[in-house]
Design a protein around this ligand. Structure first.
Ligand SMILES: [Zn+2]
Length: 122
């Protein structure tokens, strides 16, 4: 998967760039980010926005941080999701749009990725 710095302009799939989104959570194996244990409220909110995906891919991305080649499966609130095959969009409080891989839930839940502070809606 492509890696982009947080809060840079999204251009991974231009056909899904409506609203001029900003990148969040496009982590590569060498990504350097702040680590914070996520709260249950954050995981619930992120889980909710991960239910609706955009920009579906024809294959799966595997977590480079885990170093696995297995499809990511996340489970929360009695539901399971396959991760690594699409993107999500999150609207900010000032009308900004954030674009993230659907792996964002995994990055936050399993690797403690701390989203940029401007992403206060989660
Ligand atoms: Zn991982």
């Amino acid at each position: 998967m492509a890696a982009y710095p947080d809060l840079t302009s999204y251009n991974y799939a231009p056909q899904f760039a409506a609203g001029a989104p900003l990148n969040v959570g496009w982590l590569g194996a060498s990504a350097d980010w702040a680590v914070t244990p996520p709260s249950s409220e954050l995981l619930d909110a992120l889980w909710a926005v991960t239910q609706v995906v955009v920009a579906p891919a024809r294959g799966f991305h595997f977590c480079e941080l885990c170093g696995t080649e297995e499809v990511g499966v996340a489970q929360r609130l009695g539901r399971r999701l396959l991760l690594g095959h699409a993107e999500i969009r999150v609207l900010g409080g000032a009308g900004e749009v954030y674009a993230a891989p659907d792996m964002l839930f995994h990055y936050v839940a399993c690797h403690g990725y701390r989203r940029p502070l401007r992403l206060s809606v989660l």
